[in-house]
Design a protein around this ligand. Structure first.
Ligand code: ATP
Length: 250
């Protein structure tokens, strides 16, 4: 379970995250949506304990991510494009390398690698060096690395970005499987259709603040729209309008 409470992170004058609160229950998929620069990646990186907030807390399975980042990393996996793959290592070697970070070794580690190679359909390229890998192949390595220690909580930053139709379907199916396994899943996406069909709850973030939170059908009925994209445009647009008028008044 992930709980974010009044989280703030500023970079000089830029309020990347400015008082964000929401929670993601176990066995459910929570989507984080927002325009470019809204604060999604920053929020995810704070939850993963990669950066510290200015104030507020991100709690993962009862642990404060900024105070117990090592323990949090044991119960959480983060997939992000920002962390590259090693071109000289094979896909399987990269999984093994990450497994060592979590003290996995011997048969337990090899069994885990084999099952990830199977689940993520990496058999064809698992023993090839990553140099020259396609975006989808690199993405699978990044997802596999995030899962090597079988974390209960999974964070994904735009997991289907740039993937072809089949690879994106596979990634969405993987996310559904996480839910069936009872894991807590939080992911960001710019694909509204994907969010509408996958997510149990959606947090819309605009200029570092939560503009709306609810189930996809809540957000659609609140805006009287029959698809999430139209609902998003209304909710994000009106939040931007409100923030502009606040700035003008100051
Ligand atoms: P996108 O959808 O484009 O990936 P995002 O919602 O993930 O955007 P963030 O990456 O969280 O947005 O960025 C939020 C804001 O914080 C942006 O204005 C960004 O430029 C700024 N920001 C993020 N990290 C830093 C940093 N290390 N230094 C300065 N500004 C930063």
């Amino acid at each position: 379970m992930i709980e974010v409470k009044n989280l703030k992170k500023h970079y000089g004058d830029i309020k990347a995250v400015d008082g964000v609160s929401f929670s993601c229950p176990d066995g459910q998929i929570t989507g984080l949506l927002g325009p470019n620069g809204a604060g999604k990646t920053t929020t995810l990186r704070i939850i993963a304990g990669l950066i510290k907030p200015l104030s507020g807390t991100a709690i993962v399975d009862g642990l404060d991510a900024s105070q117990h980042s090592i323990q949090v990393r044991r119960v959480l996996g983060m997939q992000s494009d920002m962390i590259g793959v090693y071109p000289r290592l094979t896909a399987r070697e990269q999984l093994r390398y990450y497994g060592h970070f979590y003290d996995l070794k011997g048969k337990a580690l090899e069994d885990r690698i084999n099952s990830l190679v199977r689940e993520l359909k990496m058999e064809e390229f698992a023993d090839r060096r990553a140099e020259g890998f396609s975006r989808g192949q690199r993405q699978k390595i990044v997802i596999g690395r995030a899962l090597i220690h079988d974390p209960h909580n999974i964070i994904m930053d735009e997991p289907t970005n740039g993937l072809d139709v089949m690879a994106a379907r596979d990634a969405r199916q993987t996310i559904r499987t996480f839910k069936e396994q009872g894991r807590c899943v939080l992911f960001s996406t710019h694909y509204m259709d994907e969010a509408e069909h996958l997510c149990d709850h959606i947090a819309i973030i605009v200029q570092g603040r939560i503009a709306a939170f609810g189930t996809p059908s809540d957000l659609m009925s609140r805006t009287d729209k029959d698809n999430l994209e139209d609902a998003f445009v209304v909710l994000a647009g009106s939040a931007e309008g409100l923030l502009h008028s606040e700035v003008k008044e100051q």
